[in-house]
Design a binder for this molecule. Structure first.
Ligand SMILES: Cc1ncc(COP(=O)(O)O)c(C=O)c1O
Length: 448
């Protein structure tokens, strides 16, 4: 057990004080009636404002892959703030941005040599969509404007990503603000055939052929890009079936369609390699990432782009801005410094390898929950997993939420994903902590 941090002081807020912050993706009234506030974090643990220690089973929000409170990162951030707190990224540069782009290029799949910096996964996705659309124009294929996502996909909350995502709650409120010319592939969740699979499910590669049907319907000349998560995280850890991504790659290549992997969750070691593209042996044209890039310490995202795409932009007349896109905080020096320090830790501590080595232990531990009441599926890959429950009739999501609350009260942070519990611990997790997480979850499931 880690001792409580020395600078800990208990804090409590009145209901009125809690009101001012309109919390994201949160049932605000429910939360504020019974708040869960985190005050400190070190290593594998959080501490709540009333001093309870919580084992982090979700890497915060799938991002703190090297564990909390890493001194190397905070020192790099402090040093950067004192050296160069901000530098404009439009028509100006600073060394740390170029250093980080080169570091990312080194760990990216071969050929994805160019990096555009953003501040989040959502921004990475919308940036990638813009790059894909403009690339097709530059190639003389301006009719390619259609974008294809997938049911149950999550690509963040900006308008492009929301339109391409496939989670109904995230889409239904925005009506015509969803960008036109979007289609969705079917999701790959086949519980009747694949329930309780460790690793990539055996069945479902043929679902990629739905892309052929969309091509037959709209013609390839109208389609710019397809975006998928190699493992759909937010919708409950749906691992791409064996051969599925290969099939998508073949079809995209055959029809001149760009393939984008959204690796905001799968990037930076969660699956045992730097990116899922490498783990699954399929190279997309563009990768979007964020989260683990800075270990969650400073907001940052990135878009990794194939050389050919970048080259198409660089044919613009000398002196012309090639891509009319960017953020005030693109390549923010402090985020870049955090990114470099984070990549140093991953490399020095061999954390991607560690995730790979721990994966069989992790899978066995999580799959030991099979047979508990209401458990209808368990899915796992690398250091990620989801346990799915039979929904309470008329109350979808209740089992997932209540399990999350019970685990939190028992000292573990897990994530409710519909009627499931998603798990994605920091890659520094010890076997004993995996046991604690799974035992806590087992007790919470039995109490359902
Ligand atoms: C696959 C995927 N894409 C995009 C995003 C959005 O990232 P952000 O919340 O940093 O905007 C997420 C967030 O969980 C994600 O899982």
């Amino acid at each position: 057990m880690n001792a409580r941090p020395e600078d800990f002081t208990a804090r409590a807020f009145s209901r009125e004080e809690l009101e001012a912050f309109w919390m994201p993706f949160t049932a605000n009234r429910q939360f504020k009636a019974r708040p869960r506030l985190l005050s400190h974090a070190r290593g594998m643990h959080f501490w709540t404002t009333d001093g309870r220690q919580i084992l982090d089973g979700t890497s915060g929000l799938w991002c703190v892959n090297a564990g909390h409170g890493r001194r190397e990162i905070s020192q790099a951030v402090a040093h950067q703030l004192e050296t160069l707190d901000f530098a404009p990224a439009f028509q100006m540069g600073h060394p740390v941005a170029f250093d980080l782009a080169n570091r990312l290029k080194r760990i990216a799949p071969a050929g994805l040599d160019h990096v555009f910096f953003t501040n989040s996964g959502s921004e990475s996705v919308d940036t990638a969509l813009k790059i894909a659309l403009q690339y097709q124009r530059l190639k003389g294929e301006a009719t390619r404007t259609r974008l294809i996502g997938r049911e149950r996909g999550y690509h963040g909350v900006n308008l492009g990503g929301t339109s391409l995502g496939g989670m109904v709650g995230n889409r239904k409120a925005w009506g015509p603000a969803m960008i036109p010319g979007i289609d969705h592939l079917p999701h790959t969740h086949l519980p009747a055939k694949n329930a309780f699979t460790k690793g990539q499910p055996e069945h479902g590669a043929e679902l990629a052929d739905a892309l052929e049907s969309l091509i037959a319907l709209h013609d390839a000349s109208s389609i710019a890009a397809v975006i998928v998560e190699p493992i759909a995280g937010s919708t409950g850890v749906l691992v791409a079936p064996q051969g599925y991504l290969q099939r998508l790659r073949e079809l995209c290549t055959k029809h001149g369609i760009l393939l984008i992997f959204d690796e905001v969750i799968t990037g930076f070691g969660r699956v045992g390699a730097a990116f899922a593209a490498q783990e699954f042996g399929v190279t997309p044209d563009i990768i979007t990432c964020a989260k683990g890039l800075t270990n969650g310490s400073v907001p940052m995202g990135a878009v990794l782009v194939k050389k050919e795409i970048h080259e198409a932009f660089m044919g613009a007349p000398e002196g012309a801005i090639e891509l009319f896109h960017g953020y005030t905080y693109s390549a923010h020096p402090v985020a870049c410094a955090a990114g470099l320090a984070t990549l140093d830790i991953y490399e020095r501590e061999g954390l991607f390898q560690r995730a790979q080595e721990l994966a069989p232990y992790w899978a066995d531990a999580v799959h030991s929950l099979k047979g508990l009441p209401h458990v209808i599926d368990i899915r796992s890959y690398g250091l990620v997993a989801c346990v799915e429950y039979e929904p309470v009739p008329g109350a979808p999501g209740r089992r997932g939420y209540e399990t999350f609350v019970r685990c939190f009260e028992a000292g573990c942070l897990v994530r409710g994903a519909g009627d499931g519990t998603a798990l994605s611990p920091p890659l520094i997790v010890e076997k004993g902590q995996i046991d604690q997480l799974v035992e806590t979850l087992a007790r919470a499931i039995k109490a359902q």
